[in-house]
Design a protein around this ligand. Structure first.
Ligand SMILES: [Fe+2]
Length: 336
């Protein structure tokens, strides 16, 4: 995180586990976000694809479909059966046109003061919306996810409150404090790179020397990759259970439009929402362009677009990128 956050922001991240940017999105942009998602029915919610993606599609019968199921059976909050209670009313993952709108508005207001010159894929956005009766993801860390595929341990989550969230309303995000003391921190980049190397060693097909998701899904030794991936998920669930009570968290009050940054590879949680109105948050995941040995996919979660925008850290601007025709410049992954 030292290579993605400015010195002052990194110091804040080190002690609190998040960065309070002081940036507030104007009402006009918040209205645009609300308008966009209001027009999307809850049935577009695609969180559940993380746990059971496309598996038994008729186009992919038999062994390959079963393997895909195995590879994609990742659950952000730990293993939950598909009959688990509803998680959010709307949980829509995609890469909407709000990504450049929001990032431009934040850059205009000084987002760059919080970052270094590293560039990011502004990979996907998420709308999470629910009532006090809906569940959230619970205490978890977002480990390596098959669908997201290209990711690093220093991913930055841009987290925006679409209404106030405080002690009275509930619904506050909490994040792990003192990240450098976290059991997750030291290995956060290494584990992703080690998995990429494993896929390569198994003969997964490459693009520009990097493992592709499809290459791993279709290579001859894909069963071994699936087993390694499943072990990684199981270890994460075990670790979550082991550390659940010991982790010290910051609980974050936010007012409408306020923007904070945190790292989703560390433990985080959301408290129960107490109001009769909806609770909504809008999130953009920014992935530093580290050399992880992985190739960013153009689709995720059953054919939804992702990785369509680049946040150029040096120029301080956001632009569209087509990974079919342009390979971004990856930089060495820091070792600490
Ligand atoms: Fe998460």
């Amino acid at each position: 995180m030292r290579t993605v956050l400015s010195e002052a922001s990194y110091a804040e991240f080190q002690s609190q586990g998040f960065v309070r940017t002081g940036l507030v999105l104007p009402d006009a942009v918040l209205d645009q976000i609300r308008g966009l998602y209001q027009a999307m029915p809850a049935s577009l919610s695609n969180w559940s694809y993380f746990e059971s993606n496309a598996i038994a599609s008729p186009r992919e019968p038999g062994r390959k479909a079963r393997l895909k199921h195995l590879l994609r059976s990742w659950v952000p909050g730990g293993a939950r059966p598909s009959s688990s209670p509803k998680v959010y009313e709307k949980s829509i993952y995609g890469s909407t046109e709000m990504i450049p709108v929001v990032l431009e508005a934040l850059l205009e207001r000084g987002l760059k003061d919080h970052l270094r010159e590293t560039s990011f894929l502004a990979a996907h956005d998420i709308l999470l919306e629910g009532t006090k009766h809906d569940h959230n993801f619970g205490f978890h860390d977002d480990g390596f996810g098959w669908d997201i595929f290209f990711q690093t341990g220093d991913d930055i989550t841009v987290y925006i409150a679409l209404q106030d969230m405080n002690e009275e309303t509930g619904g506050r995000l909490s994040v792990e404090r003192h990240p450098e003391e976290s059991v997750l921190f030291a290995e956060r980049n290494r584990s992703v790179q080690a998995f990429a190397r494993y896929c390569k060693d198994q003969g997964a097909a490459l693009k520009d020397g990097r493992v592709t998701r499809e290459g791993a899904e279709t290579c001859r030794r894909r069963k071994h990759i699936a087993d390694a991936y499943r072990r990684m998920s199981e270890e994460r669930n075990l670790r979550t259970r082991r550390h659940y009570r010991k982790v010290e968290m910051s609980t974050i009050d936010m007012r409408k439009g306020e923007v904070i940054l945190f790292n989703n590879k560390l433990f985080h949680d959301v408290e129960t929402w107490k109001c009769s109105s909806y609770r909504s948050v809008y999130i953009i995941r920014c992935l530093p362009l580290y050399e992880m040995g992985l190739s960013p996919p153009r689709k995720f979660l059953n054919d939804v677009d992702c990785n369509r925008y680049l946040l150029d850290g040096e120029a301080g601007l956001v632009r569209a990128i087509d990974l079919e025709t342009e390979t971004p410049t990856f930089v060495a992954c820091p070792t600490s």
